[in-house]
Design a protein around this ligand. Structure first.
Ligand code: NI
Length: 262
């Protein structure tokens, strides 16, 4: 399982240069990064849907901590926790809400995926399916940004998330945001240290994220520059029973999902 998270980080870092750059920046301050959670994305199709990942993580000692629906984004999601590992947030797109043409594109990808039904292979093996054309990517993005991203990049971590609670030299998420802004990073949802915060202490979870990196991506019919992944930062607060909040906040997640938009 530890090897899996390392492999997921390597695949994520390969398309997210700012991830490793920010890790280096924080390590130079003496920080040691602990991951709050990773976010995985999939299509809700047989052998690829939430059920496959739920069974896999529960089979490896994770407990389900939440179930979420994002009506506007047409997503369902589950979260899992296990001691000593990053939390895992898995979302899946309700593909039957896509246009008939886009559904056909997605079904073709899913049918071409050799790892259906095997969550570990789905997460470890690249590529998930053959490269799409720029036209198919754009058609999917116009219908669902999430579908376009997933078609282009395949199953991989959409983001990793730094645990702000585990940082030693920052007292708050706002302070970390200010540090990142000073370092020249753009944050989603605001260009001020506090404006970029989603969620609140009252909701027991505050998060911020960088704008997704731009990468040159090899499509089936040539290269194009598209946005890949973002890096996220989460600060958790204690529940009334004194334990750190272990779940996710759907309203805040809804906004964060937008940060890979063009
Ligand atoms: Ni997240």
């Amino acid at each position: 399982m530890e090897g899996l998270f390392e492999a997921l980080w390597a695949d994520y870092a390969a398309v997210t240069p700012s991830g490793e750059a920010i890790v280096s920046l924080l390590e130079r301050r003496g920080e040691r990064i602990v991951n709050d959670h990773i976010a995985l994305r999939t299509f809700e199709r047989p052998g690829l849907g939430l059920e496959v990942f739920g069974a896999y993580f529960e089979g490896h000692g994770f407990e389900q901590t939440g179930e979420y629906a994002f009506e506007e984004k047409r997503l369902d999601a589950l979260s899992f926790s296990a001691p000593g590992f990053p939390r895992v947030f898995v979302s899946s797109l309700r593909v039957d809400t896509l246009s008939a043409q886009n559904l056909a594109h997605v079904e073709a990808l899913c049918e071409a995926c050799p790892h259906r039904g095997d969550a570990e292979a789905l997460l470890r093996e690249r590529p998930s399916w053959p490269a799409v054309t720029r036209g198919v990517y754009q058609s999917l993005v116009d219908d669902s940004e999430y579908a376009g991203w997933l078609a282009a990049f395949g199953l991989r971590a959409n983001h990793f998330t730094v645990s702000v609670n585990a940082l030693q030299t920052f007292d708050s998420l706002a302070q970390l945001n200010g540090f990142l802004l000073e370092g020249g990073y753009e944050l989603n949802g605001g260009d001020t240290a506090t404006g970029a915060i989603q969620g609140s202490a009252a909701q027991l979870l505050e998060q911020s994220s960088t704008r997704a990196d731009k990468v040159q991506w090899a499509f089936a019919d040539g290269e194009a520059e598209i946005r890949s992944c973002y890096y996220e930062f989460a600060k958790r607060y204690e529940t009334p029973d004194g334990a750190l909040f272990d779940g996710f906040v759907p309203t805040s997640a809804d906004t964060i999902f937008e940060s890979t938009d063009r």
